[in-house]
Design a protein around this ligand. Structure first.
Ligand code: PMP
Length: 448
């Protein structure tokens, strides 16, 4: 922490931060890990609902590896599966391993939209491959995504992320440096929860749209929930126009239900992308979907969509995912995670209401966040753009001083895992109440 946020600072932290900055740009390995005001957060150990910093501060983690550590940090059963597999086999990179088959069988069993599965290593790879397959299968170039959604770092899906201005809706939008304009021009951005906009974009580009990629809940913007019938509408419109519906369950898969969000709403997408929580933090992801479509990947004789990756289906990672899925099936942690999520949402809203702070708490199951906006329904990005980011981030930075970590970036969702209990929830709510007092007092004094 900086001088003002000293909960985790100490000599070991300072030393690690110094070494990191001298060999890693900014000291961190992801743009999303660059946390202004919290640049010297270090992690040396993890356990259940907690992580420990280089100087021994124990922090209750409400970020959970961006949602990956669903069972809690360092789950013993998942770790045992990795250790047992790695002791027996590493990577050959050819042939068929029992672990990748066992995982694909489980995915076909649990995910309604999965008749075939291919494995890769990250969510960004999964969405990249799904889109390429859709383009090959349809022979069309364009991809529709929703305003504010994040589907990974590739040129097709990175445009139109958080902050897409209203005047660039339905048009190609170049946001990030280094993207090829020719590729970006193939991406069309429409508002979430707006089926008329979807119909309009299909009408404007007849026979040209290969795929619609949609996150079940707009988690990239916190928790923007789909209205009843929205995804069914996307399903109908894509089917009517012969476009591929890609349900990006990289966050929602396994987190909200073992069968993904699609199992909760009875939807069968053409393709599903998954990652994050499937292996409780170990790096593995994939694409699943209709057999006739998936057979278009060039892993299959006659398939034309290239699919490659040295580490694809790494046996130890596949074993981690199977162990995670088996544990989710055996323990059914969902009712308890949903109960804790409800407790947090109610508790947070009460805290802000009592303090007279205009706030809208949102979330689903284990995910939650509070927008500091006038009271209104949150249906799409436009509804949250006046979020008081200063308060949002300020509260979270202050929370670290109380031993609670929610990622201090505007809009980011917070999360509980199956290892969280009422004890951590009490700590979060107490920390929020105390942090709010501090931040409001600072604002009143004009010192921020
Ligand atoms: N899709 C969604 C919905 C995501 O939230 C993310 C990551 N936050 C990705 C894809 C990309 O996954 P990864 O970071 O593993 O590349």
């Amino acid at each position: 922490m900086t001088a003002t946020t000293t909960a985790t600072a100490g000599p070991a932290t300072e030393e690690l931060v110094r070494r990191a900055r001298s060999v890693i740009p900014g000291g961190v390995n992801s743009s999303s890990r660059r946390l202004p005001g919290c640049e010297d957060l270090t992690v040396v150990a993890t356990d259940g609902a907690y992580f420990t910093t280089a100087d021994g501060a124990e922090i209750a983690d409400f970020q959970c590896g961006f949602g990956a550590t669903l069972l809690g940090h360092n789950d013993p059963d998942v770790n045992a599966a990795v250790a047992e597999t790695a002791a027996r086999t590493d990577l050959v990179g050819y042939g068929i391993s029992a672990e990748e088959v066992a995982l694909a069988e489980r995915l076909v069993t649990h995910l309604p939209g999965a008749e075939r599965v291919l494995l890769c290593n990250s969510g960004s790879e999964a969405t990249f491959h799904a889109i390429r397959l859709a383009r090959v299968a349809t022979g069309r170039p364009l991809v529709v995504k929703f305003q504010g959604a994040y589907h990974g770092w590739s040129d097709t899906v990175l445009p139109g992320g958080v902050g897409t201005p209203a005047d660039r809706l339905n048009t190609p939008y170049t946001a990030a440096a280094g993207l090829l304009p020719e590729v970006v021009a193939q991406t069309l951005v429409v508002p979430f929860n707006d089926l008329d906009a979807m119909r309009a974009v299909f009408a404007a580009h007849p026979g040209r749209i290969a795929a619609v990629i949609v996150e079940p809940i707009l988690h990239a913007l916190g928790n923007v929930l789909p209205e009843d019938g929205f995804h069914a509408g996307v399903r109908d419109i894509t089917a009517e126009h012969g476009a591929v519906m890609i349900f990006d369950e990289v966050v929602t898969g396994f987190r909200h239900a073992l069968g993904g969000y699609q199992s909760l709403i009875g939807l069968t997408p053409d393709l599903t992308t998954f990652g994050k929580a499937v292996a409780n933090g170990y790096p593995i992801a994939g694409v699943a979907g209709r057999a006739d479509l998936m057979d278009g990947f060039a892993t299959n004789p006659g398939g034309r969509a290239f699919f490659g990756g040295t580490f694809n289906g790494n046996p130890a990672m596949a074993a981690a995912a199977s162990a995670c899925i088996d544990k989710l099936a055996a323990t059914d942690p969902y009712p308890e995670m949903f109960r804790l999520g409800d407790r947090i949402r109610t508790g947070m809203q009460e805290i802000f209401d009592e303090a007279g702070v205009s706030a809208v708490t949102s979330g689903f199951g284990s995910c939650f966040n509070t927008y500091f906006i006038p009271k209104r329904p949150v249906r799409r990005q436009e509804d949250v753009m006046d979020n008081d980011a200063d308060l949002y981030v300020g509260l979270r930075l202050e929370g670290v001083r109380h031993g609670v970590f929610e990622i201090p970036l505007a809009f980011k969702r917070s999360i509980v895992s199956a290892a969280h209990t009422d004890t951590e929830v009490d700590r979060l709510l107490e920390s929020t109440r105390a942090s709010l007092r501090t931040v409001l007092a600072r604002r009143a004094a004009g010192t921020r």
